[in-house]
Design a protein around this ligand. Structure first.
Ligand code: TXA
Ligand code: MG
Length: 322
């Protein structure tokens, strides 16, 4: 298959491909997504094949307006409404009891469905033009860092998908926060673009972080290795005494905030501590660049503090088996 590179003006072409049952990579404010018509089970199945995604890992359904939510879910709690008012459109995904209209290939057979209303204008225009919601995981090969530019999508999926819509670099750079609002008490299943304290402020209560997986993971995605470059990665806590080890070793590439750049001979800066969002925005691109650098090992300097929670989560998962 030849993958077509579309521009953000090609909304109609992208929508037509999607309505014809093709899969198309699309920009969102978090990371690029690999979209299919969520109500077409055959189209959704193509996503799993193209990404090499485990069949038991469900997909997020993306909508362009709240009216589309009510067909997809059985029940919307008051808590969910408060969160939608505060954070939609944006980087928060909520897990609801699924309505029978949602194909089981989307939910991986679970009784719940994850839904997000993204803020990216190109993504919203394509959903509106197609008139159907899109199931879309991140548009990378399963296990690799998520794509934050169209070229990252092509590096992983060229020849395996119908098209990619180039909407430039993603603003946020890490995936949405996934929050289960299907039960009595909300739980965070994945920390991402929206912080835990922001959610707690809106709900005026403490929210449990349920992101670790273990024997009985609350979200299937917690079972799998994610975000990992091909080169082995080790995490180094910023300020750790070991931070000076190997700093001149040319076979190692350091991923670090700008403020630490002068400490390491071979390094890639992925953002600045003075602007926490910049580290999230630059992380995946830097991981991909590190893979291409020829280094035998990546050492990633991990910033400390709650405002870096999503970056910390991604780095520790990326380094999990090393
Ligand atoms: O920012 C994002 O969320 C991006 C963009 C494209 O929207 N999407 C994304 O999708 O990161 P994906 O498939 O890479 O991650 C979705 C996560 C997975 O960990 C999956 O297990 C979890 O959400 N998930 C999906 N449906 C679920 C459900 N019904 N219950 C629990 N977890 C669910
Ligand atoms: Mg993903």
């Amino acid at each position: 298959m030849k993958t077509i590179l579309l521009s953000s003006n090609d909304i109609k072409t992208a929508a037509e491909l999607l309505l014809n049952g093709e899969i198309v990579a699309v920009p969102t404010e978090t990371v690029y997504g690999l979209a299919a018509n969520a109500l077409n089970a055959t189209a959704v199945a193509k996503i799993f094949t193209a990404k090499g995604r485990p069949q038991d890992n469900p997909l997020i359904v993306h909508i362009a307006g709240r009216h589309q939510l009510y067909n997809l879910v059985e029940n919307v709690s008051d808590t969910a409404v408060k969160l939608m008012d505060a954070f939609w459109p944006g980087a928060i995904t909520m897990v609801f009891p699924a309505s029978p209209i949602v194909p089981s290939v989307v939910t991986a057979g679970l009784a719940t469905v994850a839904v997000r209303l993204p803020s990216h204008p190109v993504m919203l225009d394509i959903i509106k033009a197609a008139g159907v919601p899109f199931a879309a995981p991140s548009a990378n090969c399963s296990g690799l860092p998520s794509p934050t530019r169209a070229e990252h999508v092509l590096d992983d999926l060229d020849g395996k998908i119908a098209a990619v819509v180039d909407g430039g670099a993603c603003d946020i750079g890490v995936e949405s926060t996934v929050l289960d609002v299907s039960g009595e008490t909300p739980r965070i299943l994945r920390i991402g673009g929206v912080g835990q304290s922001d959610i707690e402020r809106v709900l005026n209560m403490k929210i449990a972080l349920d992101t670790n997986g273990g024997d009985k993971p609350s979200s299937p995605g917690q079972k799998y290795r994610h975000y990992a470059p091909k080169t082995p990665l080790t995490v180094l806590e910023d300020g750790d005494p070991g931070i000076h080890i190997d700093r001149d070793n040319e076979t190692v590439v350091y991923l670090c905030p700008a403020e630490r750049a002068n400490m390491f001979k071979k390094h890639i800066v992925y953002g600045s501590l003075s602007e926490p969002e910049s580290l999230a925005r630059g992380l995946y691109s830097a991981l991909r660049e590190a893979d291409k650098s020829g280094a035998e090992r990546i050492i990633a300097v991990c910033p400390k503090g709650e405002c870096f929670a999503a970056v910390r989560d991604r780095l520790y998962r990326a380094g999990m088996d090393n």
